[in-house]
Each structure stands twice: as structure tokens, then as C-alpha cells.
Write a protein of this length. Structure first.
Length: 268
């Protein structure tokens, strides 16, 4: 009695093969994975245009990590579904996959690699097209999967590229704490000769500025009340000297006002 190995489901097989193609690191790995997935006479349509098997292979190569300008690629399966066709179980059916591909370029822009993103909806028709080369009389046979993709209908969005700076590319020593201690604020102070500009310096040698500002002489009440009284010559004011009784022996005499008297009159 022979023992058959259980094959993966249609959707699991398609997702595994697609991931293996796009995440291949070398050209040989890519060719092996592609030939193990797509049949020789596969019919392919991408964005409504028919493509040959060779053209489709070249297009997938540009999205994979095996491309000459790419350094890495990651496939994210967002959703998948399957429908069995005929009475062959998981050997024949339809598979739908929605996925995104993220790829890093080997070329740098502003010192950082560019990242490409492709979003795609992939519909596949899978059939058992390959013959098992192993002897059917063997009790235990090795793994063999005859399934291949015979029809492809794919809608893929244009890849958009943007610059990303990976965290690993920033040196650990270039931290904020260490960088602040090395900040330079300029070439430093300018050293002048000792006798330079002595007449413009203050009593403290210029340490607190060029010294006090000397203002012109102000009035008796300071500058708040103007520049002080205006003195006019006597010829302009008409003033003349006066002599009061007493010749000034007892100081300036009283001011006599016409019609007024001093004290009281005797006898009244």
C-alpha cells in the first residue's frame, strides 16, 4: 500500500509560491520559484493587457528582492479566497489574493534608501498540469505537487517611492545628550590690545560698557523742569536800584502800600 503526502490547500499553495518568488534573493532562486508556479503555456493579463510568460517574469523580477537594484522585499498577504473546480479536490480551482509588496532599493537618496510599494489583486486558475516522475509502485513516495498556474488576471498599482531613514543607520553615539556638549557657539571673543579704545571705556576698564554718558549742565531742578531760569540784562527789563529808609541798616524796610497805615494812631 502506498502512502500519499497531503498537499496544502489551493490558497495556501498560491500564497506560498507568490511569497517565494518575490522574496527570492538571487536570480537562480527566482527562476526556480517562478518555473515551479506558472505553467509553460500560461495565459497572463496585467491591468487589462495581455503579456507573454517572459514579459510577466521580467515584471515580477523588478518587484522582487532578486532585482539588480533592490536589496530586500517583503510580501504582505492582505486577503485570499479559493473555489474548487471539478472533482479533483485541492488539485484544481480558482484562487484570489490581495497583497502588497514593500521593497528597499540599493541606491541611496539623501543618504537613505528608497522604498517601493506595490498593491495588487491577483486572480489565478490552478490545474494539475505536471506528471509525477516517481514510480507509482513505491510504497512511500517523495513530495510532488503537480499544480501549476494556467491563467493569470492581475491588477497592480504603480509603485510609489519615498525616502526613508532607517533607525539602524543613525549612530548610537549621535544622541542628543552627547551632542549638546560639543556644540560650538562661534569662534569665541575677540581679544583687543590693552590700550585700544581707552578713551571710550568707563571707570571699570570697559567691563560694564563704555562708561557713563555726560550730559550738558542742567537747571537747578534737573532736566525734568527745563534747562533752568533765563537771566535777562537790566536794560531789557527796565530794573533800577532803589534805596529804602534806613539805608539798609536793618534790612529791607517794609513795603508801603498807598492808603494803608501801620499800627494804630494815638489819640483816636
Amino acid at each position: 500500500m502506498s502512502v500519499n503526502i497531503v498537499l496544502p490547500t489551493l490558497s495556501a499553495w498560491a500564497a506560498s509560491r507568490l511569497t517565494g518568488i518575490l522574496e527570492s534573493k538571487t536570480q537562480d532562486d527566482f527562476d526556480t520559484a517562478f518555473d515551479a508556479t506558472f505553467a509553460i503555456n500560461c495565459n497572463i493579463t496585467v491591468n487589462g493587457k495581455p503579456l507573454s510568460r517572459g514579459d510577466y517574469k521580467a515584471q515580477l523580477l523588478q518587484q522582487s528582492a532578486a532585482a539588480p537594484e533592490e536589496s530586500d522585499a517583503v510580501v504582505n498577504i492582505e486577503g485570499q479566497t479559493e473555489v474548487e473546480v471539478g472533482n479533483q479536490g485541492q488539485l484544481s480551482g480558482l484562487v484570489g489574493i490581495f497583497y502588497t509588496t514593500l521593497s528597499d532599493s540599493k541606491f541611496l537618496v539623501l543618504g537613505a534608501p528608497t522604498e517601493g510599494r506595490a498593491t495588487s489583486s491577483l486572480n489565478l486558475v490552478i490545474e494539475p498540469t505536471e506528471k509525477n516522475p516517481q514510480n507509482p509502485d513505491l510504497r512511500i513516495r517523495g513530495y510532488f505537487d503537480p499544480r501549476r498556474v494556467v491563467l493569470v488576471n492581475q491588477v497592480v498599482a504603480e509603485s510609489t517611492y519615498h525616502v526613508t531613514i532607517p533607525h539602524a543607520s543613525i549612530p548610537k553615539s549621535a544622541t542628543a545628550e552627547k551632542s549638546t556638549s560639543k556644540i560650538e557657539l562661534g569662534p569665541g571673543p575677540v581679544k583687543l590690545p590693552q590700550n585700544f579704545g581707552m578713551k571710550f571705556q568707563g571707570p571699570f576698564g570697559g567691563r560694564f560698557g563704555p562708561g557713563p554718558v555726560r550730559l550738558p549742565q542742567q537747571g537747578p531742578f534737573g532736566g525734568h523742569f527745563g534747562p533752568g531760569p533765563v537771566r535777562l540784562p537790566p536794560r531789557e527789563t527796565g530794573a533800577r536800584s532803589e534805596r529804602l529808609p534806613g539805608d539798609g541798616e536793618f534790612g529791607v524796610g517794609p513795603v508801603i502800600i498807598p492808603g494803608e497805615t501801620f499800627g494804630e494812631r494815638k489819640g483816636e
